[in-house]
Write a protein that binds this ligand. Structure first.
Ligand SMILES: CC(C)(COP(=O)(O)OP(=O)(O)OC[C@H]1O[C@@H](n2cnc3c(N)ncnc32)[C@H](O)[C@@H]1OP(=O)(O)O)[C@@H](O)C(=O)NCCC(=O)NCCS
Length: 217
């Protein structure tokens, strides 16, 4: 993907750039995608070779922003690519989508994914004007559960039995959801904004806007 022509913006946090994924990110992402510990709860198996990782990334490279989009996490300090975040199953008619995330093990526990996920949520709620963001997560994935609960997702149900099929086995998943109104409220509190400075749920998004902004439902 040529980032300069993409509708996907570059997102920025304190320590990271979130860049639209490109073919040449495969080698860096292979470190994470080949690690069975990282891939334990992910919906595709650990790669054996860089080619496996590249083939998997080919799916992410298909430009379909109405359905999915992926950003790699690039450390500002080192320019190293250490993981990715994405949205998928975007349904414009329902103003909802799902998000996913993955980080190389060497970088776990430093608050990096929390930073990246906050930036992605801001883009989903304000840039894409979504009303609802979902995550499905393996009940044993304590790190992911802690992460999503920490940014405001609420447990909504599960285990959803046999929801995921990976490496010949069906897996149960929990479902979590976050509504724009909830996110806006917590975001506003965090940044100590005055109530009248908080974007209203019905207002058109004004940052990171995709061409055309909010579409008629
Ligand atoms: C889930 C994952 C992205 C978390 O990334 P991370 O950068 O280490 O997370 P953060 O450092 O931002 O931590 C977020 C919260 O989770 C907690 N956490 C991190 N690892 C944890 C673990 N192994 N067990 C329990 N809590 C954990 C942190 O303490 C933090 O909680 P706090 O905000 O209350 O302090 C990372 O572990 C990962 O890539 N896992 C493999 C891929 C995966 O499972 N993706 C999710 C598929 S749904």
């Amino acid at each position: 993907m040529d980032a300069s022509k993409s509708v996907q913006p570059v997102l920025e946090t304190e320590r990271l750039y979130l860049l639209p994924i490109a073919r040449d990110h495969a080698a860096d992402l292979h470190l994470a995608c080949a690690d069975p510990e990282v891939m334990r709860y992910v919906d595709f198996p650990a790669s054996q070779t860089v080619q496996d990782t590249a083939r998997r990334l080919d799916l992410f490279l298909v430009e379909l922003p109405d359905w999915h989009a992926t950003w790699v996490l690039s450390c500002k300090a080192t320019a190293r690519v250490i993981g990715f975040v994405n949205y998928h199953h975007r349904e414009n008619c329902n103003w909802r989508l799902e998000v996913g995330f993955l980080l190389a093990r060497a970088f776990w526990g430093r608050g990096l994914m929390r930073e990246a996920l906050q930036a992605l949520l801001e883009y989903c709620f304000l840039g894409l004007a979504m009303n609802r963001v979902e995550v499905t997560v393996n009940p044993a994935n304590k790190a992911a559960i802690r992460l999503i609960e920490g940014v405001g997702f609420r447990f909504e149900g599960g285990p959803l039995r046999g929801r995921q099929y990976v490496c010949g086995e069906y897996r149960d998943l929990l479902i979590y959801g976050l509504l724009r109104q909830e996110w806006t409220r917590s975001h506003a509190l965090k940044h100590a904004l005055l109530p009248d400075a908080v974007p209203q749920a019905s207002a058109a998004p004004d940052t990171h806007n995709e061409k055309g902004g909010r579409r008629a439902a």
